[in-house]
Design a protein around this ligand. Sequence first.
Ligand code: ADP
Length: 646
Amino acid sequence: MFSINKSRNITILASIALSVSAIVLMAWFFQIKDILSIIPGSATMKFNTALLFQLASIGVILYPNNHRSTHILNTCLVFGILLIGGFSFATYFFSLGFNIDNLFISDIYSTEYPGRMSPATAICFILLGISLWGVHASSLTVRLAIQYFLLVIMLVSLVSIVAYALQIPGESRGFFIHSMAIHTSVLFILLTLALALRNPTLGFANLLFGKNAGSELMRSLLPFLIGLPLLLSYILLRASTNNILDFEFGLSLHTVTFILISIVYISIIASKLNKDDINRSALEDSLRISNQELTFFKEALDKSSILATTDRKGVITSVNDKFCEISKYSREELIGKTHSIINSGFHSKEFFLSLWRTISKGNIWEGEVKNRAKDGSYYWMLTSIIPFKDDKGRIYKYLSIRHDITDRKNGEERLAKQYEELKTKNVEIEQFAYIASHDLQEPLRTVINYTEALTEEYEGKLDSSADRYLSFIQDASTRMSELIKGLLDYSRLGKLTGKTKVNCSTLIEEIKADLEATINETNTTITLGDLPTINGFEIELRLLFQNLITNAIKFKRQDINPEITISAKKNDLFWEFSVKDNGIGIEEKHQQKIFIIFQRLHSRKDFAGTGIGLSHCQKIVNLHGGTIWVDSEINKGSTFNFTIPI
Ligand code: ADP
């Protein structure tokens, strides 16, 4: 198929014409007759003809743009062609004495009208000149008319070529084309094709080069319809002049051959067309199915989402029912407006600027937008805005798909508010605990000091009950002091230092060294797995591990040596540590409450303690953003697990 790579093909066709006519011009200067007439004894391409072909070829290649110079050059070329073509033609009919035929070089070869182009050539040049001027005209009618001028040139040239092919003697061709040279005809065809390609969607060019089935049929049949009769007639003529065939028999043979070959050729074309047709209907079927699917998708989207389309400038062009329902505006009120009609004023200018920056670059924008309905109520939309682009990549509309997230956003807002309130309350409680425990220490120290003084002075001097009471007061005040200290420590956790890199293995080795006496006394074995270096509060982490280790030793089973294993494994988001012992274990129902401050499961007689250790542990883990829990089985042991985010 002829490719419509316009500019390239135009340049190729015109360059051939330019080169051939240049060779003919040279042949005139050097008097090489074979080049001038090609077929011995036939008409020559005249000097003026070759000259006009030069002008016309340049004109065809030239594309008048905004530069004035190209317009002037084009006008000059057109003028030159019309002038010489017009004078040549006029000389035939009006016997005017312009005498331009041998103006540049004298024709010594032609007997009749030496140097003068044939009237057909002159007419063709006049039409070609007009076409060169009109092919770029802004008026569609002019450009369409030009296509038909070109068709006339092509047909005249074709008739001349046929005459040559069938060897019709010059005199019998009629005055009009009898002296048009064969290469003149060919060059006319090349240049008209090239010019027709300047407007390939108009007139016969569209018919010849178009993409539709009719054009394809034309392209398949035309060469055949021109070529076959020409070939057959040529063979018939040759055969009859050489007495190989009787002309009448030859004519019948010619007709039968033509009919047979035509039937075969047309059958081939028809079956190809049928095949194309089958493919086309298969394509249509699949297109219908995908169209149907698209309709389903559209309906599903319409039912599930809030939709709106806008033009390039953001003016609303369509909205679905859900949009009207939530915005409380009618369709008529929305169409033709921009989205500023539902602007809540909640978002900054920069927010919308960045939105526009994204979508006008052809990218999808996604985000949460707070809007205002007609009745003044607010609603939140999870919004995606999708730009639609045409073949050239230019945005021609935007589709926005929204989902109502008002409930979620309100919930989030409530939660955030509650969280803030809780944070303030927590700070207040911690301040209270700090102030209370700090201020309680002073009077307590006085109680302890005076109880000691009382004991020193009066022990044994009063009766035995008084001694017991004094000892109770001493015990209770010491315990109270421990409790208050624990409370004070609790309120201070995480306040004194910042986070650093803490190597957990080193940390635990140090704790082991501190607890060496207890470990030896109780025959405790502590096994460490691969422990990481983490980012945390070192003093607090030390307290955390120390509490868990001392508990594991303290809550050992009788006659069984404590065995403690400390390990850590890495998950995607956090480290999970475990401190495992083989102690007395904890009943499932108590596994939550042991983390509450002052909660203990045993009396002080069985196991000493204040019930503060695990609440410290919980606060430290929370401080790092992790959680703590225990897995335990009574009389088998407990595993305290906690996570520290990476
Ligand atoms: P304390 O150790 O001072 O009692 P904790 O807060 O450290 O306070 O512990 C609270 C309670 O949890 C303990 O009284 C004990 O009953 C239980 N507990 C803690 N650690 C263990 C353990 N490793 N094995 C069994 N019980 C434990």
